[in-house]
Design a protein around this ligand. Structure first.
Ligand code: CA
Length: 230
């Protein structure tokens, strides 16, 4: 069954190019011009994702976004890709705050939209579930598995990864990591953390080269993307 993408857009020319790009990429699409029709479609057809324009004849796309996330409709988790006007940075921020999954600014290339749709579905859908719980932390045995394979970790590497895994999506500063993992033994500085992160990354990459769960935050520290843990 092809995933159904609901396009909510009052400009027919834009809707047509989107419909073309999405159907070419193997999606089924439904186009509506009004929020009222979008609500009806969400109730009746259970779309896999909504491409949602902000400015619509009978209201704002934000309203639908807010309603969905607040649980006003049965499926509150439908991913939403907002279409915003390029000049309106505020639209992007409001949209993401209301729970939209991503946004594209007009004018956009339909290919770009289709790529974003695929990425969001991969993240939120079946593939997303597969990459969830990629790590298995066994604190008793002091072992961590990655993608089903036990990692051969030195003590500090284990402690470092454990510290990150216990704080999914939170940025751990080098100071905090040094303190937690090395404590009184911290004979060296920030470079120690960086070197160990590098080794960890190489060990993870050796198992799954397509996944990169450790994120670097320049000048701030490291984190594990929540989708690998939650
Ligand atoms: Ca519009």
């Amino acid at each position: 069954m092809k995933p159904l993408i609901l396009i909510v857009e009052d400009e027919d020319a834009i809707a047509q190019t989107l419909t073309y790009a999405l159907t070419t990429d193997g999606f089924e699409t439904k186009h509506v011009r009004m929020l009222a029709d979008a609500r009806a479609t969400v109730r009746a057809a259970q779309p896999s994702l909504i491409v949602l324009d902000v400015s619509l004849p009978d209201g704002s796309g934000f309203d639908l976004c807010r309603e969905l996330r607040a649980g006003a409709h049965a499926n509150t988790k439908i991913p939403i890709l907002m279409l915003t006007a390029r000049s309106e940075e505020v639209d992007r921020i409001v949209g993401l705050e209301l729970g939209a999954d991503d946004y594209v600014a007009k004018p956009f290339s339909p290919r770009e939209v289709s790529l974003r749709v695929k990425t969001i579905l991969r993240r939120s859908g079946s593939a997303g579930t597969k990459s969830a719980n990629v790590f298995q932390l066994d604190t008793e045995a002091q072992r961590i598995s990655f993608a089903g394979q036990p990692l051969a970790l030195a003590k500090r590497e284990y402690l470092l990864l454990k510290t990150l895994l216990e704080r999914p999506s939170r940025i751990c500063s080098r100071e905090m990591l040094l303190d937690t993992v090395w404590g009184m033994d911290a004979e060296s500085g920030d470079r120690t953390v960086d070197t160990h992160i590098k080794t960890l990354r190489a060990k993870l990459k050796a198992i799954r080269s397509d996944l990169d769960p450790i994120e670097t935050h320049r000048g701030m520290g490291y984190s594990i993307d929540i989708k690998f843990v939650a």
